[in-house]
Design a protein around this ligand. Sequence first.
Ligand code: BGC
Length: 446
Amino acid sequence: MFKKNFVWGVATASYQIEGGAHTADKGLNVWDVGSATPGRIFEGQRGDVACDHYHLFKEDVRLMKEFKIGGYRFSVNWARLLPDGTGKISEDGKRFYLELLAELKKAGIQPWVTLFHWDYPYALYQKGGWLNPDSPKWFEEYAAVCAELFKDDVTHFILINEPQCFLGLGHSTGEHAPFLKLPDSEVMRAAHNTLLGCGLAEKRIRKICGDRVKIGTAQAYWPALPVTEADVELAREETFACHKNFGSVNYYTDPLLFGKYPDDVLAWQRECGFTFPESDMQIIKSKLDFYGLNTYSGDRVTKKDGKTVHPKPAPTVPRTDMRWTVDPDALYYGPKFIWERYALPIVYTENGVALAEWKDLNGQINDDSRIDFLKRYLRALSRAADEVEIDGYFYWSLIDNFEWAEGFSKKFGLIHVDYETQERTPKKSAYFYKRVIETNGEEIWK
Ligand code: BGC
């Protein structure tokens, strides 16, 4: 069962929906610039206009109100607010976010603001980005500007979205902006600076806002899941093991919450020759009020002949348009593993499904599979909520949008967007989600 006051929300991110890439004095970011190189993004698509939320935000808030959305998670486009990344504040950037917040307040929707969802200011990237030793301070300054400007309106700040992706995909495998393929020791440096930035930002925001706001992170979390009940311990170990990549959650949240990297991460860092002063860990260690999880699926694990194996899913297992398996247990075991390790209230800051769908001849989007997905995942989450503290769920995403390297080809929205006319059309699932919200989850059992 979901608790009273459970937050039912939707999530978006600035570069994926805002557009307005060249308005007023906005600075460029690494996606504005990096996506121009052919071959990086599906069919050369860009987020320059995207859903034009920069101009249409009032309509988007009106739709959220109509569908009874309780919380809206969105991100601030750092270079829209601080065109150079630090220093001068853009009047237009400030106006845009204050107007959006005012609109949300009128609609009675809680604003959950992510400070950084991957659109890093290009001006700072040119100075080395997250590799520059000053980068933690740049992030702290930006966080302080947001805290000062938004403190009367924002209820929750999320420091960063998915370090696993902007570091792993952005700095290691080169699939996302800034499209770098750095050696592991350099990515470790960028990760460490990110964590220092989070530690500094958390302390500054608290100084400015006191207890009026809650602070958390949003982690990309793809838990290992047991094949049978006997594999639960193994699944937990695998979830938190270092696989010598930047994909685990505890690479980041052990330092943030315990002030210490996991032992196997430390061993990997030593192997790569990456070192840092021990005193950094006191800066990184933070007090977080909630643990945000972004989960779409999981990865099954078991033992065979004494060895850990990840069996391939059977061909009959349903897959989304991202080719991710539909595996609702991710929302049952996943939160339990996190709760048992960190004992922090959990919020699903993202979960959702991309489907190959289109408007039918009657102009409707009958996305029954999304409704089925929601029922399955929310039933699993409800079982978890009987055992651990879960405070909210944000569906990804409010509207179809720019899905990074996949361009506009993947559709996650509850609301369809016609990118030619910018017309919004709620899908059948939007009406379903509204009933879920109105019944505090009872609708999922029907
Ligand atoms: C990201 C979103 C993205 C979604 C679906 C998450 O990794 O935070 O920006 O659109 O997953 O891929």
